[in-house]
Design a protein around this ligand. Structure first.
Ligand code: ZN
Length: 291
């Protein structure tokens, strides 16, 4: 008998990693199998289709919808954090699903005889949540076969208002003190979208949320690429086809576009071949197919 030792003793869910402009994207996504992502620099993750062991250190998660391939590992995640004596996590989920997810966790608690401490926050499109002084997350409506949302992470900075830009440092300090008394400020907040996560959606999830096209990093689904999977049918199931991406190629202003959530009906090799044939420049080399 051959004993397996070291890091091969157990297998963890697959996980790929890519760093772009100071943000690391880690995760995996395949339709009907499992979807999970995290950005360690932002201390947040998206979806719970699986949960590589090292993901448990991330304390805030954002769920796009309640299909099983995006939700299944939530109880395991909460249990691991409790077991490792980490702070209870905060999990943002579509508002309509809060109660059912709580029931799901209660059932697991009873079966497992272990508490699953976490804070569940119900979110609605249009809302915004503060992550830190520099980052906020906004919730946007997407278009899937069940209610779903996407998330945009914005970076915010203070910028001196244009009318004060010719003043000296001392003058600005003085003015700032005066304006503060009147409840006003010398600077205004500017924002730009750093990371956009679409989740599962038809192209409407992109079209109705312009920040998806502007974000530095876009994580989008592209469930189908082959001609035999026609886009009208794909839309009925709430997904995106390669044709949709090609139709919109001039809209993408992103620095990095991660296409993922490919159907298991095509092999990695076939998807790669089709996309490179139809988009030879890979959207100016900004498109990454995430296998
Ligand atoms: Zn789905």
């Amino acid at each position: 008998m051959k004993e397996i030792t070291g890091e091969h003793r157990y297998s963890d869910p697959p996980c790929r990693q890519l760093t772009f402009n100071g943000m690391t994207v880690e995760g995996f996504s395949r339709a009907a199998m499992q979807t999970y992502w995290r950005i360690p620099e932002l201390k947040l993750g998206f979806d719970f289709g699986g949960q590589p062991w090292h993901f448990m250190s991330t304390p805030q998660w954002f769920l796009s919808h309640t299909h099983m391939d995006h939700l299944l590992a939530l109880p395991a995640y909460a249990a691991r954090r409790r077991m490792m004596k980490m702070e209870p996590p905060t999990i943002f989920v579509p508002a309509h699903a809060v109660q059912r997810i709580r029931q799901l966790l209660d059932v697991f608690t009873r079966l497992d005889h272990g508490r699953l401490p976490c804070q569940l926050v119900g979110v609605m499109p249009g809302e915004e949540y503060e992550l830190s002084r520099e980052h906020v997350v906004s919730v946007v409506k997407t278009d899937h076969s069940i209610p779903s949302v996407g998330y945009i992470v914005w970076e915010r900075r203070k910028k001196l208002k244009p009318e004060y830009q010719s003043l000296s440092e001392q003058e600005i300090r003085q003015l700032a003190a005066e304006l503060r008394l009147a409840g006003k400020q010398v600077s205004a907040e500017i924002r730009f979208p750093r990371v956009a996560y679409l989740g599962d959606s038809t192209p409407l999830g992109l079209d109705n949320n312009p920040a998806m096209y502007e974000a530095d990093i876009l994580i989008t689904e592209m469930s189908f690429a082959a001609k035999r999977h026609r886009s009208d049918k794909i839309h009925r199931y709430g997904h995106i086809h390669l044709d949709d991406i090609i139709d919109r190629r001039d809209k993408f202003r992103n620095g990095l576009i991660i296409a993922s959530h490919f159907s298991t009906r095509c092999s990695d090799k076939e998807i790669d071949h089709i996309v490179r044939r139809r988009l030879p420049d890979m959207l100016d080399n900004r498109l990454v197919l995430w296998f």
